[in-house]
Design a protein around this ligand. Structure first.
Ligand code: CA
Ligand code: CA
Ligand code: CA
Length: 363
């Protein structure tokens, strides 16, 4: 009973009373993403994590060569949070993208792969917010949904350097009235796990700030013990920075740098992986744009990709948008490694080139 009284007191202290405010209407939105990709290596392919057949080596989530593929179907149910009403968000996902994203879930991905996000948002006094549940990661310059990225295909950094999702709590507070500076604190199970694979929790910190004009900088850290197989749960540190600079109405630049270290990765010691990606987008008109991405990723100990290698990648994208619904992208991409890791018709080689048409429909 004492604990219940304490819980009641904390709730009253932190929450504004909800009287006089009706809950917000339930919003239903969603997206359907698909592509056709042609890989000039003519790869034979191999089964990947989550049972997903992978023909385009090291890619997320444009796995298939010479096929029309439905990559992701997502339905989002959301009740927006107000300053007094608790909100929630549920992202239901289907398709090979979500099979892959959940392939590392400790008890297998089947239970959780259709729930990309599920969290409640509790508004606290002073405009702070607390989220509880499963949410996509706060790291990186790209997201699982292609629509919200500058290119259709995902960077190596997105695919191999950082986690996809976390389960736990996050606390958000603004540091100034304009909300142009904020901090977010995270406490969660770790990398890509609803059910924890060890007894250690991970801590995350995000700091975001405007740099004047429309430029912004996000500094991100996550640290905690991550189980490695075989071996002990060595500490894993992830540092991640995203700089976004809209130079004018037409041109936007983005820079992303990641650095990760896993202690006790092998008997030999730590593993490190790091890299950087530079993006530019040029609007030709309100609904047509060109975008480019140049990237370097070093898997110094082969822990992230399974091979010790230096990866590079150049992507050129032309996009056309039918406002609010259909986004179509034509994309040419070339990947290099200093190792022969890319499959072809009878073996492997050190590079691959793909030509892709990607489309995303939003509702
Ligand atoms: Ca195929
Ligand atoms: Ca989503
Ligand atoms: Ca953990």
């Amino acid at each position: 009973v004492g604990w219940l009284n304490l819980l009641g007191a904390v709730t009253e202290l932190c929450l504004l009373p909800a009287q006089g405010q009706e809950p917000q209407a339930l919003e239903i939105t969603g997206t359907v993403e698909g592509y056709y990709s042609f890989n000039f290596n003519r790869p034979t392919g191999a089964p990947g994590p989550g049972g997903v057949p992978v023909e385009n080596t090291l890619r997320n989530f444009d796995f298939a060569d010479n096929e029309f593929d439905l990559s992701l179907i997502e339905i989002v149910l959301q009740r927006p949070t107000t300053d007094r009403q608790v909100g929630f968000r549920l992202d239901l996902d289907f398709g090979p993208t979500t099979d892959w994203v959940h392939a590392g879930e400790p008890t297998g991905g089947e239970t959780w792969k259709h729930v990309q996000q599920a969290f409640i948002t509790v508004p606290l006094k002073g405009g702070h917010k607390l989220d509880v549940g499963k949410f996509v990661t706060h790291h990186g310059a790209e997201v699982i949904e292609s629509r919200d990225n500058l290119n259709y295909t995902r960077s190596f950094l997105f695919a191999w350097a950082i986690p996809y999702y976390h389960t736990g709590v996050r606390y958000w507070r603004s540091l100034n009235e304009a909300q142009s500076r904020y901090v977010c604190l995270y406490l969660y199970n770790g990398w890509n796990n609803v059910q924890d694979n060890n007894d250690e929790k991970s801590l995350g910190v995000m700091y975001g700030t405007s740099l004047g004009g429309r430029s912004s900088l996000i500094l991100n850290y996550t640290g905690g013990g991550e189980a490695t197989a075989p071996g002990p749960s060595g500490l894993r540190h992830l540092l991640d920075t995203v700089w976004t600079h809209p130079a004018n109405d037409r041109v936007t630049y983005v820079l992303n740098v990641d650095w990760v270290q896993q202690k006790d990765a092998t008997a030999a010691g730590s593993a490190t992986w790091y890299g950087g990606a530079a993006y530019a987008k040029y609007a030709l008109s309100p609904h047509h744009a060109l975008a480019g991405r140049l990237e370097y990723f070093k898997d110094a100990d082969g822990f992230a990709t399974g091979n010790t290698q230096d990866l590079k990648e150049l992507t050129l994208t032309y996009e056309t948008e039918h406002p609010h619904t259909l986004l179509t992208r034509l994309e040419l991409r070339h990947d290099w490694s200093n190792r022969a890791v890319f499959t072809d018709d009878n073996g492997t080689r050190t590079s691959q080139t793909t030509l892709l048409v990607g489309w995303t429909y939003s509702f």
